[in-house]
Design a protein. Structure first.
Length: 463
């Protein structure tokens, strides 16, 4: 009798558990004309035959939608239940995507300066400081998320740039190579930092700075959120005699006119954000260790480690908070060339409110905070088309409050520079526009510790 009761209880428990989950019977794909199915499938946290809790089914599908969008290959993604067999709790899922534009043969009209505000205010928007040419980008060359970029640039900084991310390979399609070639020639180059701003030298008879860089990287996607890569890089840099002999003998150190070195870099990345360039929830972390100077440590010998951590908290569908911490430390403490002493003010390493300044140093730490409020989340329809198609572009508009603080440790290049070796802080408000889930435009109004109030424009593009 007791055995019969146990069997009955087990049967009831099994039925209850089965009723709480659904089984993925099949996954169908629609709209990926160019992109191969496995590129979408590898972003999913489930596969055919897996069981999913009914209670969290909608949340799971939304999280997987965000991961597919983060590939940058699609401007719209929908994951819906196509069929649901209620007798055995089996479902068929339909993943419908709308591919973004992959081919961009566009003319280059780019600013040579660090950001729009520097070009407009400090150089009066001079067209002499503009680059022009042609840039060809194919973000999905063979349909395997392999991006090819070719840039032929003239103007202020002539440049030839070729990048290619090779298709994934291996049993799990988790490995791939990346290669890069870059050659630039500059008639004008900065040669020192004075009053926390770059000072430039220009020559008409020769080149103030020439650069050659070749990089080969091997990447591995360990899990859905975990990435690792190792890169071997070769750099050759040459500067004008006027810079190395008279203007700044420490430009490459010891009155040298050139640099010639190899570098080895390891990168560890964990990324569980919903959208990379417009996150509202999730966490990401990155650790990088970089050794410059391998075979020839005479020209350059550095060893640095850096870490970045981001955390995002959603309070509602239209309100979220973001916090970012980033730090870099130099393990080898010997004096480094001025040219290699960049800390903050270049690329994405900038502090809001200090866009006009650059900070040199061996170590830095900065913290950013922002509170975002989304007031529009929809689609911009061309020609009055109300359907989701090629004439509709996803669009998000938001405003945010931001605050930042930073500290840069500068040991060797402190003369006439006042923003290093002290804490900096700023605050302000931003208006943001996200186009096609891949391109972000930010218009900032910020004030720094010097009570300098300014308006700044920033652009970010996933490609």
């Amino acid at each position: 009798m007791k055995r019969l009761v146990n069997i009955a209880l087990f049967s009831i428990l099994t039925f209850t558990i089965q009723a709480q989950v659904v089984y993925v019977d099949s996954i169908l794909y629609d709209g990926n004309v160019k992109t191969q199915n496995y590129i979408i499938r590898r972003e999913l946290s489930f596969t055919e035959g897996d069981s999913l809790p009914i209670q969290y089914l909608q949340t799971i599908l939304l999280e997987n939608r965000s991961r597919i969008l983060n590939t940058g290959l699609f401007k719209e993604v929908e994951i819906n239940v196509k069929n649901w067999n209620t007798q055995n709790n089996r479902i068929s899922l339909m993943i419908k995507v709308q591919e973004a534009w992959y081919i961009f043969p566009v003319p280059v009209f780019d600013l040579a300066d660090r950001n729009f505000n520097v070009w407009w205010n400090e150089f009066n928007g001079s067209l002499k400081r503009v680059n022009y040419g042609i840039k060809f980008t194919h973000n999905n060359l063979t349909g395997q998320q392999d991006a090819l970029k070719l840039t032929l640039q003239l103007g202020y900084s002539p440049r030839l740039n070729l990048d290619y991310s090779w298709p994934f390979f291996g049993k799990q399609r988790s490995w791939r190579f990346k290669t890069e070639f870059l050659y630039t020639q500059n008639k004008e180059s900065y040669y020192k930092t004075e009053y926390d701003k770059l000072v430039f030298y220009r020559t008409e008879t020769n080149y103030a700075l020439q650069r050659l860089r070749m990089v080969t990287s091997l990447e591995h996607r360990t899990t859905l959120q975990l990435f690792q890569s190792i890169s071997l890089e070769y750099n050759y840099n040459k500067t004008a005699d006027q810079i190395r002999n008279e203007l700044n003998p420490d430009f490459f150190l010891g009155n040298k006119g050139r640099q010639d070195y190899f570098a080895l870099r390891y990168r560890f990345t964990y990324d569980n954000r919903d959208l990379k360039y417009y996150p509202s929830r999730g966490v990401s972390a990155e650790f990088v260790i970089n050794k410059e100077g391998l075979a020839n440590e005479i020209d350059l010998n550095t060893l640095t480690a850096s870490i970045q951590m981001d955390q995002y908290f959603p309070w509602s569908a239209k309100h979220n908070t973001g916090i970012m911490l980033k730090a870099r430390g130099s393990i080898i403490r010997d004096k480094i060339p001025y040219y290699n002493s960049k800390a903050l003010g270049f690329g994405e390493n900038y502090i809001k409110g200090y866009e006009y300044y650059v900070l040199d140093g061996m170590d830095y730490l900065f913290l950013k905070f922002r509170e975002r409020f989304i007031f529009y989340n929809g689609k911009f329809n061309f020609r009055g088309n109300k359907k989701i198609g090629v004439n509709a572009m996803p669009l998000k508009l938001s405003t945010s409050l931001h605050a930042s603080t930073a500290y840069v440790n500068n040991i060797y290049y402190t003369v006439n520079n006042q923003l290093t070796n002290r804490w900096l802080y700023s605050a302000g408000v931003s208006l943001e526009c996200l186009l096609s889930n891949t391109s972000l435009v930010q218009m900032d109004c910020s004030i720094n510790h010097r009570k300098e109030l300014g308006f700044y424009l920033h652009f970010r593009d996933q490609f």
